[in-house]
Each structure stands twice: as C-alpha cells, then as structure tokens.
Write a protein that binds this ligand. Structure first.
Ligand code: 13P
Ligand code: SF4
Length: 382
C-alpha cells in the first residue's frame, strides 16, 4: 500500500502552537468571532464524518457529492475552509475556480484551505497516478482501452480524476455510482473502476453484473494486476485493489452478532463496506442515504449502522426515539479527518483575518482542467 508522506502545515503569521494550548470552549468563542469578521467572504464546509465540535462551525455540511455541488455553486465567498480531507479540498478548488465561475466573479479566485495538511485519505493514496497509468497501458495490451471507460470514485487525487477526464471517463460518488456506471456502459464495453474495489463491486453486483466478470487489479502484482489475459478479456468491470480502512473493518460476523443479540435490528451500511457485509445488510447507501433512512424511520426502529463512528454517534444523539448501535465492537473512525480540530480551524481563520493564508490547496491548472471534464460529466449525470 502506498501512503503519501504527510504534508507539513504551512506556517502563517500566528503559530499553531498558540492555538493548541487553548481549551475547546475558548477556541469555539474565538472561531465565532473570526467567522463574524470574515463574513460572507468565508465558507466553512464540513463532511458528515467530521467531529461534532468542528461541525458546529460549518456553514454547510454534506457528503462528498453534496459538498462538491456546494463548492460548484459558491457565489459570494472568496475563501473556503474545508473541514474534510485533501481530495475534497482539491475538488472544491477545481469546481469553485472553474472558468465559468471565474468569469462570473470577474476573475476573482476562491482560495481553498485545509486546516491540517495531514488530513489525507488512505484510499486515495492507494491509487497513485503512475500506477494507474501503468495499469492502463498493460490493460491496453489485452483489450481496446478506447472501449474501456475509466471511472474514479471522488475519493481520489486530482491527477486520477484528470486521467479519467482525458480518457473519456468520469468521477462518481457513493450517491451516484450506479447512475455513473450506467453512463459508462452507454459509452463502452467495460469499466476500469478506481480506487475503491468495494464500491465498484457492490454497485456493479446490484446492477446484475456477474462477480466473475470483475477481476481485481493489484498494482503490486507483476503483470496485468495479477490477472490472466483471459480474465481481462472476459471482464465487465476491472476493480482497482483499493479500500477504505474505516469501512473495511465491518464484517459479516458483526452483522450476525447483532441479529442474534437484537431481534428485529436493521443493518444499515455504506457501500464502501466489503461485499460480505453489503450482501446481507437491510439497507446499503451513501452517507446521505444513511442519514435520510434514519430520519424517515418510525420511532422505536432498531439499527446497527456500519459507517464512520462520528456520524453514527451524531445520529444516535439526534434520534433518541430510535435505538442506534455502531455495527463494530472496535472503533472505526476516519483518523485523518479527525486531525482537523478546533485548534487547526481557529489557527486557519485567525491567520486569514491577519491576511495570511495557511495550507492553501491549489490544483495545477492542467490537472484541474482535465479533472473538471470528469467532474462535470458526473454533475450532469441524473
Ligand atoms: P460519501 O461522502 O460519498 O458517503 O463517502 C464517504 C467517505 O468515505 C468520504 O470520504
Ligand atoms: Fe478516506 Fe475512508 Fe476516511 Fe473516507 S472514511 S476519507 S474513504 S479513509
């Protein structure tokens, strides 16, 4: 597994250490004041997996799809502070600074900041662009890549999104993966799905594609990702060997234990969970679908939910009328997203008020251009 080295935080006029010393209560007051000073120029976006203390300060919250739409729609703001992970901030930069938005704003750029540069995503790091390009070349020796559509989950580096844009491909999120796969099959014979094998497999299985036609491409295998030419020729979806370290912790045994312990419990999971869990769950869906399912359920419904811990705990607090359990006995949380805390948020905002931008996320213009092609295709898919 390739994990990119953590990027260091850029300094800014005010040192981070001064904020780390303060209590959360003091930091929360300060953040409120700083937000008022920055006014409508500032937009704080928060992913649903973020810790509660941080979510309390987000102007808008959502899952990956909603946040990309919000960044795409941003009008007045000049600064986006992204309380999520690196690929989300990159996507916000690409969408908020796309040509039509720049024209609308008379060329004024939106500066995107990630309060802690070490807030990366291990899944995105599992598909380095050089590995993906090498795989594409190898696959091209066996099948016609002009008829193979590259699809990348939004949880990927901008360079991989750009690769998809350049090669007739598209981005998907967990909310629209099935619609995106349908889009891809209207344009080609097979799909090259990166980097989450589980989302790719679970979605394609639901569409009736046979598991035998989904070889897994291991970038560390010697040739063809560890597959025979015949397996690639027979494929409908070639799955990249990547996963989410949080969601792959849920197992079929956890589901069985809950069903035995709590009769009538409903199992609600994210499609980043492995197939063995997805197949036996009552409901599987994106972060937004998980939230909506709980919101719409009758009082007294019992749930065991397989997704990031902070979201499950928030649902538990917001829905005391229901019985909500976390599907695993071990802590499954997005440790990188958790790095963004009130100290980092206050530090970022206080520096901004002082005129100093810390941790800007700026995607190279060539990469942004091609990523945008793949992202806009996704935003157009209904
Ligand atoms: P969604 O926000 O698309 O549900 O994805 C979950 C996730 O893992 C975000 O990194
Ligand atoms: Fe990446 Fe998983 Fe964290 Fe999402 S939950 S950011 S996929 S590590």
């Amino acid at each position: 597994m390739l994990i990119a080295p953590p990027l260091s935080n850029s300094q800014g006029k005010l040192p981070l250490a001064d904020f780390k010393k303060q209590s959360n209560a003091d930091l929360a007051v300060q953040i409120g004041q700083l937000k008022r000073e920055l006014g409508s120029k500032l937009l704080i976006l928060g992913h649903h997996y973020q810790q509660d203390e941080v979510i309390a300060h987000a102007d808008l919250t959502g899952d990956s799809y909603q946040l990309s739409q919000l960044a795409a729609a941003s009008r007045d703001c000049r600064y986006i502070v992204f309380c999520g992970v690196h690929f989300m901030a990159e996507t916000a930069d690409i969408l908020a600074n796309r040509p039509e938005k720049l024209t609308e704003r008379k060329e004024a750029q939106v500066t995107v900041m990630l309060p802690d540069m070490a807030a990366g995503c291990s899944m995105a790091d599992m598909a380095a662009i050089r590995q993906v390009e090498d795989a594409w070349e190898q696959l091209g020796e066996v099948v016609r890549t002009e008829r193979m559509i590259p699809v990348t989950y939004i949880n990927s580096a901008a360079s991989l999104k750009a690769f998809c844009g350049r090669n007739g491909g598209i981005v998907c999120t967990s909310s629209n993966a099935a619609a995106v796969l349908r889009w891809a099959f209207e344009r080609g014979d097979r799909v090259f799905f990166c980097p989450d094998q589980h989302l790719g497999r679970n979605t394609a299985l639901k569409m009736g594609i046979d598991a035998d036609q989904m070889p897994v491409y291991d970038p560390y295998a010697e040739t063809l990702g560890g597959n025979t030419p015949a397996a690639i020729e027979n494929s409908r979806v070639v799955l990249w060997k990547g996963h989410c370290s949080v969601h792959q912790m849920f197992t079929a045994a956890h589901v069985a234990q809950f069903r035995e312990k709590i009769p009538g419990v409903r199992i609600l999971v994210h499609p980043e969970c492995p197939r063995e869990v997805n197949d036996i769950a009552d409901v599987s869906g994106s972060t937004s679908k998980i939230i909506q399912t709980v919101q719409q359920a009758a009082p007294g419904t019992k749930w065991a939910i397989g997704t990031e811990l902070h979201l499950v705990n928030r649902l538990k607090a917001q829905h005391p009328e229901q019985e909500i359990h976390f599907l695993s006995p071990v802590v499954c949380m997005c440790a990188t997203m958790y790095r963004i805390d009130l100290a980092h948020l206050a530090w970022t905002l206080a520096n901004l008020v002082e005129g100093s931008v810390v941790n800007p996320i700026k995607v190279d213009s060539e990469v942004a251009h091609h990523s945008l092609v793949a992202l806009e295709r996704m935003l157009d898919v209904k």
